[in-house]
Design a binder for this molecule. Sequence first.
Ligand code: TA6
Length: 327
Amino acid sequence: MASRTSLFCLAWLGVGTAVLVLLLTSHTQPQRREKGRAESADGSSSVVEMAAPATSVVVLDRGNNTTCTVNLHGATVVSWRVNNQEQLFVSKQAIFDGKRAIRGGIPIVFPQFGPWSTGPQHGFARICRWELKKPPERLPTGDVEAMFQLLDNEFTRSMWNYPFSLTYRLILREKELHFNISVYNPGAETLSFTFLLHTYFKVPDVRRCQITGMRGCTYIDKTREGTLYQEHRDVVTINEWTDRIYQNTPLEHIITNVVSGRKMRMQKYNLVDTVVWNPWIEKAKEIPDFGEEEFPNLVCVEAGHVSSPVILPPGTVFEASQILQVM
Ligand code: TA6
């Protein structure tokens, strides 16, 4: 005969799941009035439904004030807190209307990096509503895993008329966040696309940041008409408008002087390029959902496959991953 406690837990689990299913229908961003919250039995997750349009946020909670918050709009990671320290930059002017891309966090760029003749800059993945394929679950290691999926639909096919399945698995560890991406081609035609994780790191002062791993790499400088140059410095620093696509970069970068002066390690697999961006003073004024004074507090270091397209024959899968680690 099952004990009273286990009966109680089972009952609570049933309730938690029911609420979870109910709430995955709607909307919006933390600043807005909270309407409902569902916690999972093991405390590893909550889905927050807000009282305004159109997205849900999914929270992976590892305990010890270590959380990762994902907005289903674009499956955009909008917060990663390690021991209560926020690691990602989100603009105070960011717009959470379920339509435009979120200015900050980690937007997903797919199937087109940069300007696009048949669709918006940086593709549609960051402006589509994604499905929560697997709600956050605590793993035997104590880490928390969740999976998100975007399938082709009428909207995506209006710009890119191909079937695809894009899956995004996140694992929240003690001081690490793991991203596992897979693109499956279920169709009869070969796909050609570019992909990037447009990561906005929060920093006290970008002028004090250094990024390793670019020495010897060629880069396309978008601040100088896309001219190709070679990087000769051991560490890249930022003291002006910077917008560079570094090609064939190594598997690892270290970014110094991120939150509270710590270092951030970025490891990447099958993401052969690294984009480094900061709009600086003048460009910041041109970005409507960005505060003019905010440019010193972010550095974008973006792992991607952008300088040449991924060619994906029918029935095959492209897999890539990134690990961010607070050092
Ligand atoms: O990744 C760097 C970049 O491509 C820059 O050229 C700049 O445009 C930035 O992305 C932001 O793009 P967005 O479309 O989000 O305004």
